[in-house]
Design a protein around this ligand. Structure first.
Ligand SMILES: NC(=O)c1ccc[n+]([C@@H]2O[C@H](COP(=O)([O-])OP(=O)(O)OC[C@H]3O[C@@H](n4cnc5c(N)ncnc54)[C@H](O)[C@@H]3O)[C@@H](O)[C@H]2O)c1
Length: 379
């Protein structure tokens, strides 16, 4: 199946997004310019083209080179978007892409990971034209805290449907369907160590249990340790849990959470994967100082003294980098919410004072009631 057919199929599975897109197109965004730093897989296309079709000019860079699909970039370019991203781009090219986007003075930013907003905050000459931004990830919000922002940023990640449904359920489900495919190994009877028990870690642990695993949680925050206990997970320190874990999943959004000293605690044959936003959550530079070889697509064997472990998808966001990504119908709610958040940003963003602000709840209530109506209407 070619890209146009796949896109048509995606549109058929995302009617909610199309409904929100219709209202954005009807209102029109003529003359508006916006820079996106997002995952460039096919699921992002309906949001980007809705904004374009409403009359806006869009600049597009990636929030993660590991999730870029070239056919998506080509498609957006052919529709007149400015795109600076390609699969396998170097760190240097990636860094240049942010400068390229900011130097064109976009008044609005829409991001996953705050790469543009953090650079604009640190270098005010790059922030000159920015009127307002929207950030869609917990990691991005974390990166923005404490920075001297000269423009408002709306925190879309904190919407209860985003955290509660997308982070909590979708990532957990797709992590394991992808794992079965990539590793060709089941979870029955395996100890799965989840590092970080936010909504993402909670979903990963829960779906692992449904597939027969024993979930073990390493988490710094005591309230979330308690949540893990109540959900029936074992809770342990990283150091205590690593030696018996068959599979280790990082879900903290921080960098270098698993480092050289941790790798030597792993059992022989352990699998390592990451679903947090940063590709550096597992210290892959340290891992690759040991002999490595690729055994199958997205599976690298790393020979540590006395043991070998398997690094999946090079430590990049596993569910997006190593598999087909989120199911289209479930992502429909996410992309509809994103479009509704953008609509709010374009209409009202400039009225907020500089700094971080929660996305108003009415944005998600509007989308939720539309979704509930569609669900009730049935086939
Ligand atoms: N893979 C995906 O498709 C996908 C989708 C949504 C979000 N994310 C990303 O997943 C990450 C987690 O998201 P979330 O919503 O659960 O975030 P969160 O911030 O609510 O949870 C992260 C948890 O990790 C804990 N933590 C931090 N450092 C730790 C350490 N060294 N050891 C143990 N625990 C530690 C924190 O205390 C926190 O409870 C973020 O980076 C987010 O952007 C990924």
């Amino acid at each position: 199946m070619g890209f146009p057919e796949e896109l048509e199929y995606l549109r058929q599975q995302t009617p909610l997004t199309e409904q929100v897109a219709q209202s954005v197109r009807a209102r029109g965004l003529d003359g508006l310019r916006v820079a996106f730093s997002v995952h460039l897989d096919i699921k992002t296309v309906p949001v980007l083209e809705a904004v374009q079709d409403a009359g806006a000019q869009i600049l597009v860079v990636t929030c993660n080179p590991a999730t870029v699909r070239d056919e998506v970039c080509d498609y957006l370019r052919a529709r007149g978007a400015g795109v600076r991203a390609w699969a396998g781009m170097s760190d240097r090219d990636w860094e240049d892409s942010f400068r390229w986007a900011l130097e064109q003075g976009p008044p609005y930013l829409c991001e996953m990971g705050a790469e543009l907003a953090t650079r604009a905050a640190r270098q005010p000459s790059l922030a000159g034209a920015v009127r307002a931004a929207m950030e869609a990830t917990g990691t991005g919000i974390q990166r923005l805290r404490g920075l001297n922002l000269t423009f408002p940023v709306l925190d879309w990640n904190a919407l209860s449907l985003k955290e509660g449904l997308h982070n909590r359920y979708l990532v957990g489900l797709v992590t394991w369907t992808t794992f079965l495919e990539v590793a060709r190994v089941t979870l029955y009877g395996k100890r799965v160590l989840v590092v970080g028990y936010g909504p993402v870690g909670q979903g990963v642990a829960e779906y692992a249990r449904l597939l027969g695993a024993v979930p073990v949680v390493a988490e710094l925050a005591p309230d979330r340790q308690l949540l893990a206990c109540h959900a029936g997970c074992e809770v342990a320190s990283l150091e205590d849990a690593l030696p018996t874990a068959h599979v280790v999943v990082t879900a903290t959004g921080r960098e270098r959470v698993l480092r050289e000293e941790h790798f030597h605690l792993l059992r022989d044959g352990a699998f390592l994967l990451n679903v947090g936003h940063s590709n550096r959550e597992l210290d892959t530079d340290a891992l690759r100082r040991h002999p490595t070889r690729r055994l199958r697509t997205h599976v690298e064997e790393v020979r540590l003294p006395g043991r070998r472990v398997y690094l999946l998808a090079g430590g990049a966001m596993f569910n997006l980098a190593a598999g087909p990504g989120d199911p289209y119908d479930a992502f429909d709610l996410t992309s509809a919410l994103m479009l509704a958040g953008l609509d709010h940003l374009f209409q009202h963003g400039h009225r907020y004072p500089p700094g971080l602000h929660p996305m108003p709840r009415e944005v998600e209530l509007k989308v939720a009631s539309l979704a509930a109506r569609m669900a009730r209407a049935g086939p």
